[in-house]
Design a protein around this ligand. Structure first.
Ligand SMILES: [Fe+2]
Length: 272
């Protein structure tokens, strides 16, 4: 089974609202004859558009598109007043959202996943206190989740809630080998290298150590797929192949401006 991996499509931010990314994703899925596409969040900054993109990919390629919501998908910028939990629940109704439960892939494999959240453990604790991170603002920069995702509970509580949900899905999938999918990072190998002027602080909002430790508790987890940080990296650790494979913003594509070129060279293909 050939699975294509690419996250952080940001179809609405890229190319100023003209979606030139989704057609490139569909073409790449078909050109590589993939059996399945998995995206680890940040499809768009509007959950309704994100779900439309999933539907379009599935319709145009004839392949399933499994996903987890990213923090951008949960933003309420386009739907003021909606809580993050309401948006999350609306998205979880989609059967190919892994937040709605594990999905069987093929003989002996399942996909498990969720957005997950941050507990500040990736921030530089020797420089900043937990209270500093709770402000979610540093040197005049505001971490935008603090404005656009209202969970109505502190980050640590959101983080622990997600961790419990992921563990439930891992238990439900007992006996299968697992492709785990989260928007947030499970390992600090994918955080921004420090010391750094601002990322000593903002790395706090990229993921959590407990998430990576949870995956290590379950030897059935063979792949851990994440997004969020707009890197393209792979690290094998403790028997788990960790893959962060992001399309990211077109402004981050260096000398290329063609979405077809960028998507086709960035799509990571694994075989199970
Ligand atoms: Fe992103």
């Amino acid at each position: 089974m050939k699975i294509g991996l690419l996250s952080d499509l940001h179809v609405d931010i890229n190319f100023a609202g003209e979606d030139r990314v989704t057609p490139a994703v569909c073409d790449t899925i078909k050109n590589n004859d993939l059996d399945l596409f998995i995206t680890a969040g940040d499809i768009a900054s509007d959950h309704k558009l994100s779900l439309e993109v999933v539907t379009r990919i599935e319709k145009e390629t004839g392949r399933d598109c499994l996903f987890v919501p990213g923090n951008h998908d949960l933003w309420n910028e386009k739907h003021p007043g909606i809580s993050a939990m309401e948006t999350y629940t609306a998205m979880a109704a989609h059967p190919h959202n892994l937040a709605s439960g594990p999905v069987k892939l093929k003989n002996g494999w399942s996909a498990v996943g969720d957005t997950c959240w941050y507990d500040y453990s990736f921030g530089t604790g020797s420089v900043f206190s937990f209270e500093d991170f709770q402000r979610r603002s540093y040197k005049g920069r505001i971490w935008q989740d603090s404005i656009m995702t209202d969970w109505k509970m502190p980050d640590k509580k959101v983080h622990d809630w997600f961790l419990g949900r992921v563990e439930e899905s891992l238990i439900l999938s007992e006996g299968d080998e697992i492709v785990a999918v989260t928007h947030m990072l499970p390992i600090d190998d994918f955080t921004v290298p420090v010391p750094h002027d601002t990322w000593d602080y903002f790395n706090a909002f990229l993921g959590s150590r407990s998430l990576g430790e949870l995956f290590l508790k379950y030897p059935s987890v063979k792949y851990s797929i994440c997004g969020h940080v707009h890197y393209r990296k792979q690290v094998v650790k403790g028997g788990i192949t960790n893959i962060c494979q992001c399309l990211g913003y077109s402004t981050e594509w260096f000398d290329n401006v063609d979405p077809f070129v960028e998507v086709s060279k960035t799509m990571k293909i694994i075989e199970i």
